[in-house]
Design a protein around this ligand. Sequence first.
Ligand SMILES: C[S@@+](CC[C@H](N)C(=O)[O-])C[C@H]1O[C@@H](n2cnc3c(N)ncnc32)[C@H](O)[C@@H]1O
Length: 285
Amino acid sequence: MDREEIYKKLSAVCASKKELYSTLRSLPLDVVGDVLLHIPDEYSELKDALPTMATELVQTNWTGSSGYTLLLQSSAFVRAVSSSYIALTGKTLENVNILDFGCGWGRLIRLMYKFSPPEKIYGCDPWDKSIDTCLENKVAGNLALSDYLPEELPFPGVKFDFIYSFSVFTHLSERACNKALKACRKAISPDGIMAITVRPKSYWDYHVDTMDKVDREKMKSDHETVGFAHTGHYHRVMEDGDILYGDTSISVDYISRNWKDWEVVGTDVFLQDPFQTVVLLKPKF
Ligand SMILES: C[S@@+](CC[C@H](N)C(=O)[O-])C[C@H]1O[C@@H](n2cnc3c(N)ncnc32)[C@H](O)[C@@H]1O
């Protein structure tokens, strides 16, 4: 990869957003991620035209790592779900309506520029700081604040071909999961795919509990017997005495038994982020 050549190629078309994003889509996935990680100051017009990177602190606090380490994890997830999407639907992710549910600072939305133009990319998150950070960094796409217990998604009338939700169901309470699933179910196309990540039981052996103490054995036992183990972060959003956000592990068997509106059509694991098991879901009719 010759970075200079790529910056020049993109700079030549950056006066037109349409052409710029179309040129970005012609590049390999990892190159799209690489370009958006750092654009040298000498390409100032290109820098102005594309999203900037969230600060090191935001990346680490929200997603556990930053820079290249994080990009390799992000890109492994996107590769995994884009190939699963092809295998399950016979179509590529190109030019389809994509939703990032719980988009955070926009880390994965940036990689979706490989597939669809920004006007077909959507991101929502119930935390105002997430959406504000996306906007501050000029993340392109349709961004909106959602509810912690949503009835509907904040994009009336839009049907999604692909919804993904990374490291969100790994945190939600059972009540918040159910509400999120219902809202996504209403907005997914009949032949759409939803990819979420969940944590396996072994997560609890590695859980860092400096902030919130947790009974690891109880969590493992809940995972084994119920299939769903959750501990709320005491400082997080509450609704009628319920803490909606914390740490959660969910078994695939629990999903098959309890999420009646969805069918589990695949699972995947990638070693770059071994505690994020991908579960692929199709709407059931
Ligand atoms: C660990 S971060 C992951 C962010 C992003 N998905 C990523 O992988 O970079 C969890 C995100 O879930 C969001 N979140 C919290 N409660 C939620 C809910 N009930 N529905 C959707 N997202 C929620 C948080 O605001 C936060 O942005």
